[in-house]
Write a protein that binds this ligand. Structure first.
Ligand code: UDP
Ligand code: MG
Length: 303
């Protein structure tokens, strides 16, 4: 039987980690496993709790960041630190049920990845699930990769898959896209949404919105093409309008009229221009950040 590395990003999870460890050990009686906690610059006692766990149990490893780098960076660091042939990625808040892991270990014999998806969004605010669904619809229309609605980061992967993910060294990491982008054969397990036991979700609505833009900008250049096409469309209309205006002026003379329509058109078109400039700016910002080649995370302490 192969050993399993469980990678857990932790941000302000002091209340969860003991419960988490116990819950995982209860469910993994027949499997050899290690846990790798990645302390993502928590400002509570998460690091102390992790040190205690590391002192008490042989199978606990950890890395601690110099500041909060975000879950995506914590995932990368944890995968980077893992060594075993099988790696599970899961949240510390037990929203990813450890009871699924034995079943995942069965399926990994036939697949490269065993992923999980939530079939319900029970307990999630309506607005949030509405926008989440909308995001998946739009993203799947305009990107070439297929994002799975409700797919969690909770997944079991073989070493080859982990290495492939680690090869994508981009600074702006959108894991949901990266996981799909690398390919491999995936078995999806479905489960009902489980609410967070303690602590609170660190995602605000605004952060989720920015995350959606991140997802789209990281995986498709479609918005740039849409801007170009819109530009061409309005240029054609403008060209036709010029012909009409010139002929009309020649035939009927010039009247100073049409102030409201002129202003409306100017406002409308400058809106579109700003929007298009904004899209270009998003990509430019990405190029700027990537070109600095900054590290994805900085470790301050490890086991
Ligand atoms: N997390 C992290 N860094 C952050 C935010 C979150 O490592 O900046 C971790 C967090 O500790 C948890 C997981 O990512 O283990 C998921 O976070 P959360 O439960 O807040 O997200 P949600 O379940 O609401 O998507
Ligand atoms: Mg959660």
């Amino acid at each position: 039987m192969k050993t399993l590395d469980i990678v857990v990003p932790c941000y302000n999870e002091e209340e969860m980690l003991q419960i988490f460890y116990k819950e995982v050990s209860d469910n993994l009686k027949n499997i050899k496993w290690n846990v790798i906690f990645v302390n993502d610059g928590s400002n509570d006692n998460t690091l102390e709790v992790i040190r205690e766990l590391e002192n008490s149990y042989d199978n606990v490893k950890y890395i601690s960041f110099s500041r909060n780098f975000g879950k995506e960076s914590a995932i990368y660091a944890g995968l980077d630190y893992s060594t075993e042939d099988y790696v599970v990625l899961m949240d510390a808040d037990l929203q990813d049920p450890p009871s699924l892991i034995p079943k995942m270990m069965e399926y990994i014999k036939e697949y490269d990845i065993v992923g999980t998806r939530r079939v319900t969004r029970k307990g999630e605010p309506f607005i949030r699930s509405f926008f989440a669904r909308l995001f998946y619809k739009i993203a799947n229309k305009i990107t070439k990769i297929e994002l799975v609605d409700g797919a969690r980061d909770f997944r079991l992967m073989k070493r080859e898959v982990v290495n492939a993910i680690l090869d994508l060294k981009e600074y702006n990491r959108f894991s949901k896209g990266i996981f799909q982008w690398v390919g491999f054969e995936t078995k999806w397990l479905e489960y009902e949404n489980i609410e967070r036991q303690k602590g609170e979700s660190s995602w605000s609505f605004w952060e989720l919105f920015k995350y959606s833009i991140e997802g789209i900008v990281s995986f498709t250049t479609a918005p740039l093409h849409i801007a170009t096409i819109t530009g061409i469309f309005f240029s054609i209309i403008a060209f036709l309008a010029i012909i009409v205006i010139v002929i009309k002026t020649l035939l009927f003379g010039e009247h100073v009229e049409g102030w409201p329509s002129t202003v409306s058109i100017i406002l409308f078109l400058s809106g579109i221009q700003l929007f298009a400039a904004g899209i270009i700016g998003e990509y430019l910002a990405k190029i700027y950040l990537e070109s600095k080649k900054r590290p994805i995370y900085i470790i301050k302490e490890k086991d």
